[in-house]
Design a protein around this ligand. Structure first.
Ligand code: ZN
Length: 237
C-alpha cells in the first residue's frame, strides 16, 4: 500500500479538502505532512485541525514556527510577514500548542522526511537542484529523503533532475524528492500537488488535484490579506 505525502498547505482549506478526498478515494491510510500547514492562506485553524486528524505524522515548517513566534520573520518578504502576523492573531491557543509539538524530521530505515533541508532542518535551506541535493545527501543514510518548502515538485539525484510524474526509484541510487505544494503550487500549475510512494516497489507518483481556487481567492481578499497571495493561486506562481 502506498503512503501519501503532502506539504505546504498554507491555510488553504479548499485545496486540502480536495487533496484528502483524492487520497481517501485511493484507500490510502497513511498520510505524512511535511509542514507549512499555515501562513499565506485564510483558514489556519481549519487546516491545522484537518491535518491533525488525518495525518499519521506531521512535521513543522518555517511558516508554522513563524505563526507561533518560534522563528525570526525579519527575513520574510512583506506579504509573508503580513500573513504570519495575521495568522498569529487567528490561531486558537490549542492549535498553537499543537504546532509547538511538531518535530523537524521523521525517519525509518528506508526514508527520511523533513520540511526544508536534511543537513540543517532548523535553518530552512532550499534544495533546488542536483548540486544542492549532492551536498544534502551526505547527511543521511536512507535511499530517499522527502522534502517540501520550495512548492515545486521535483526528483533529484546528485547528478540530475528527473522530470517524470511517475517514476520508479533505482536501487543503489540516492534521491531527494520534493512532494510539491497542496495550497500554493509554484510550478506554473494552480492544481494542488501531492505525492504517493510505494515503499515495496519504490514507485513515486505525483497527483494533481483541481480545487475551487476562486473561493480561496475571495477568502484571502475578505480576510484583508495581500491581494498578491490571492492572485498567485490562480496561475500557480
Ligand atoms: Zn511553504
Amino acid at each position: 500500500m502506498p503512503i501519501a505525502l503532502i506539504s505546504d498547505i498554507h491555510a488553504n482549506q479548499e485545496a486540502l479538502q480536495q487533496v484528502l478526498k483524492s487520497i481517501r478515494s485511493r484507500q490510502i491510510e497513511e498520510i505524512y505532512c511535511l509542514g507549512d500547514i499555515v501562513g499565506y492562506g485564510p483558514n489556519p485553524n481549519e487546516c491545522v485541525e484537518m491535518v491533525r486528524t488525518s495525518c499519521k505524522k506531521v512535521l513543522v515548517g518555517n511558516h508554522d514556527y513563524a505563526a507561533i513566534g518560534k522563528t525570526d520573520i525579519t527575513y520574510f518578504n512583506k506579504h509573508a510577514k503580513h500573513a504570519a502576523l495575521w495568522t498569529r492573531k487567528q490561531l486558537k491557543a490549542e492549535n498553537k500548542k499543537y504546532l509547538n509539538t511538531l518535530k523537524f524530521t521523521h525517519q525509518n530505515d528506508d526514508m527520511l522526511m523533513v520540511h526544508a533541508s536534511p543537513t540543517n532542518p532548523e535553518h530552512w535551506y532550499y534544495v533546488m537542484n542536483p548540486q544542492d541535493a549532492a551536498v544534502e545527501m551526505q547527511s543521511f543514510k536512507q535511499p530517499v529523503c522527502f522534502v517540501g518548502h520550495s512548492h515545486i515538485p521535483a526528483i533529484f539525484t546528485a547528478e540530475k533532475e528527473i522530470s517524470e510524474n511517475s517514476f520508479t526509484l533505482k536501487t543503489e541510487q540516492k534521491y531527494i524528492i520534493n512532494v510539491g505544494s497542496v495550497g500554493q503550487p509554484r510550478d506554473g500549475y494552480p492544481e494542488s500537488c501531492y505525492c504517493l510512494y510505494e515503499p515495496e516497489t519504490r514507485q513515486v507518483e505525483y497527483v494533481r488535484v483541481p480545487y475551487e481556487v476562486n473561493k480561496t481567492y475571495e477568502k484571502i481578499i475578505k480576510a484583508g490579506l495581500p491581494e498578491f497571495l490571492a492572485k498567485r493561486l490562480l496561475k500557480g506562481y
